[in-house]
Design a protein around this ligand. Structure first.
Ligand SMILES: Nc1nc2c(ncn2[C@@H]2O[C@H](COP(=O)(O)OP(=O)(O)OP(=O)(O)O)[C@@H](O)[C@H]2O)c(=O)[nH]1
Ligand SMILES: [Mg+2]
Ligand SMILES: [Zn+2]
Length: 302
């Protein structure tokens, strides 16, 4: 579905093959793309043809967890990403959060962490939320505790979204569609209960879709992602996508320090002193080692 300059929605198909910016993806055109459209009169099924795609300002890509060579463009031309995190039903691990953040940093997309379902947690789970939220706030990410069902802090989310295109991402069942419904009652996106057997979502949203909200925001609701395979990065650049590592790396003895076993490493020193977080460092090492198998096991544990 493509929205035309005239404001109408068109059922469109793609003509030819597009290979953009050298990336090979499973989807040649993604939600958020600006396209060149040709109307087709007199055809009920196909009302327009996409004949070109404009250069993307940015896009967020993930590697398919199963087909490791395939990339999937989650969305393009995004102003802001919201990652929904829940500590139970389903569990979102720090490793998953970090993979998302690293990818967003690499594509220079600002990310806000939304700790959803705050209404449903016991004391222990609330402690976990406070810990994670405290950690990511300290690193520099905006964190908001919300409840899509009671409406807690939804006004704060709205404020951040004003006049922007926002991506909503996170595991299946974290409440992305419920949140969109809370932002604009009447939209009635389909949502489903968490499966009682696996305590995780049921992949209710099956494709990404953009919505124009009445209060002046565009939103992209996406299907839940299970694992988040980070696309290839140079070993040397991965550390730069951890802002708190990047901030101190000039104090490492070696300018090309990978913060592993090099002497006089500012990152390792900071870890020992307790001014950096070990869970962040563990995520970093995992990414550096390309340890997709370990990560996959984590991803399926939830
Ligand atoms: N208690 C509570 N439940 C919530 C909240 N937000 C969402 N839920 C519930 O969580 C379940 C999953 O919500 P969805 O909105 O379908 O989740 P989703 O992230 O869109 O999932 P996918 O489309 O599968 O990726 C539903 O039963 C919601 O009612 C919340 O803030 N509090
Ligand atoms: Mg959904
Ligand atoms: Zn170092």
């Amino acid at each position: 579905m493509v929205k035309g300059d005239d404001g109408e929605m068109y059922k469109a198909r793609i003509r030819g093959r597009f290979r953009i910016e050298g990336i090979q993806s499973t989807n040649p055109v993604a939600v958020g793309d600006k396209v060149i459209l040709k109307k087709q009169e007199g055809n009920e099924k196909v009302q327009a043809v996409i004949v070109g795609i404009e250069d993307r300002d940015n896009y967020i890509v993930r590697k398919s967890v199963n087909l490791s060579h395939q990339k999937h463009i989650i969305a393009s031309n995004i102003d802001l990403a919201f990652l929904l995190v829940t500590v139970a039903g389903p569990v979102t691990t720090p490793a998953f959060i970090d993979r998302f953040l690293v990818t967003a940093e690499a594509y220079r997309i600002k990310t806000i962490l939304l700790f959803n379902k705050i209404d449903s947690y016991n004391e222990e789970q609330l402690d976990e939320v406070r810990y994670l939220s405290g950690m990511y706030t300290e690193i520099g990410y905006t964190c908001i505790e919300i409840s899509a069902t009671t409406g807690k802090n939804i006004d704060k989310v709205k404020e951040l979204m004003l006049n922007k295109t926002s991506l909503f991402s996170g595991h299946s069942g974290v409440g992305k569609s419920t949140l969109v419904n809370a932002l604009q009652p009447g939209l009635d996106l389909k949502t489903s209960n968490i499966s009682t057997i696996h305590n995780q979502g049921q992949h209710t949203t099956t494709f990404a879709e953009m919505y124009d909200l009445d209060f002046g925001a565009q939103i992209i609701d996406t299907p839940g992602i299970r694992g988040f395979g980070v696309v290839e990065m140079e070993r040397q650049e991965i550390g730069d996508y951890f802002p708190e590592f990047f901030a101190i790396k000039q104090n490492c003895r070696f300018h090309n320090c990978l913060h592993l076993n090099e002497p006089k490493c500012a990152v390792k020193d900071a870890l020992e002193e307790g001014t950096l977080f070990w869970s962040r460092y563990n995520s970093y090492v995992q990414l550096l080692e390309g340890d997709e198998d370990t990560y996959r096991k984590d991803a399926f544990k939830e």
